[in-house]
Design a protein around this ligand. Sequence first.
Ligand code: ATP
Ligand code: MG
Length: 458
Amino acid sequence: MIRRFFARLIPGKASSKPLIYGPDAHPIRKSQISRGAHDVIRKLQQAGFKAFIVGGAVRDLLLGITPKDFDLATDATPEQVKPLFRRAFIIGRRFRLVHVLAGPETIEVATFRSLQTGDDAADEHGRLLSDNVFGSQAQDALRRDFTINALYFDPSSEQVWDYVGGVADVKARRLRLIGDPVTRYREDPVRMLRGARLAAKLGITIEKKTAAPIPELAPLLENVPPARLFDEMEKLLLSGHAVESLKSLRRHGLHHGVLPLLDVILEQPLGQRFIELALANTDERIRDGKSATPAFLFAALLWHEVLATWNTSKAKGERAMPALFDAMDRVLEQQATRLAIPRRFEATIKETWALQPRFEQRSGQRPFRLLEHPRFRAAYDFLWLRCASGEMEGELATLADWWDRFQDADMEEREKMLRPEDAPKKRKRARGRKRKADDASGETGASGDASDDANQKE
Ligand code: ATP
Ligand code: MG
């Protein structure tokens, strides 16, 4: 009862008056705001509402980073926003927002919200179940996660409005949760992951009090729906700062809750090297403005676990390809208990893995068929990582180079590069087994060719 009383009192009172920084006191200029965002704000203001850019964009601009997108906050309700624009849609059932289409841009407009408190608003661990109660701008600032994420910029006046000391924290390059860290993490444990990601992305430090409770509260991530964890990890892995972010997760003991297998993998030097290479490559691609797929990254993150499981089964005498498919399923299943990798990615992940043994086949028509496989490129990139990380031994250590040359070579050169076919007797035996392995590999569409090689090696 008392807690509820205070919770209600403090947010409203703590700083209902913002510090307002004029254009001389901060570096953001309205020319840095997208045209669409500015137009939408102007229209809302002309209709008598408050309207600001809020969140990540203001933070990034203050730190000299180009924002990904511009989110807007207003005191107008979705029903008041929608009729002001020709092309606007109310979206979301629980957290209702308006999407305004402004030229090529989609601008997200959210109504100021307040933190919901009270016993029925949270689960037994304190996790908030709803955040859809409208409130004042001051309350909207206080329900946000970090102080530097709770700043409002009005392009018309070029003012920054600060209810929580965010501008000072930007200057000090410090990530600080608004309010009591333990309560705020309990309300939403994903904030711990966001903290690690943002610190890595922005190159700033998590302030002491904000960092302190994380190791103890990390297990709360278990109560977060796996699909939400996936969304957050996808953001983290595709942030262009995945290497730093994962290091930050590990430093704070957060990876257990998200990637249960990661710990095991990172303890083996080869696994660690493989993952670091994969992440560093992806970071580079993203910073160069190229695309990167989450499926490839998750395939990389889990590969060494698949490999370990596969090797154990093979050592027990199981046949190579069925054992590989079995290992893939087992690893994905184990991972899914924590973080749900969407089905649409699963097929690609499996295919990337299943194609690996086929690279070892370098005779006859098989390399040509592999070149034409729709997933050849991703699978080859994956092979490259395996070679570069030192996983492949002996002659196979240079397998990626062979494929590199084979892709670029003309027909004559390719023929010369092919390895001699195996002796007919062995082939015959292999073919018998191939049929069985084909059955096992049918589900991802990977060709049974892979089994040839795997069997030949036996
Ligand atoms: P990014 O640059 O990755 O988009 P962001 O801070 O903009 O970072 P979003 O997920 O787009 O992240 O969130 C927009 C804003 O919503 C945040 O800046 C913050 O103010 C608020 N917010 C997001 N997630 C939470 C959360 N879990 N708890 C409280 N506030 C949040
Ligand atoms: Mg954002």
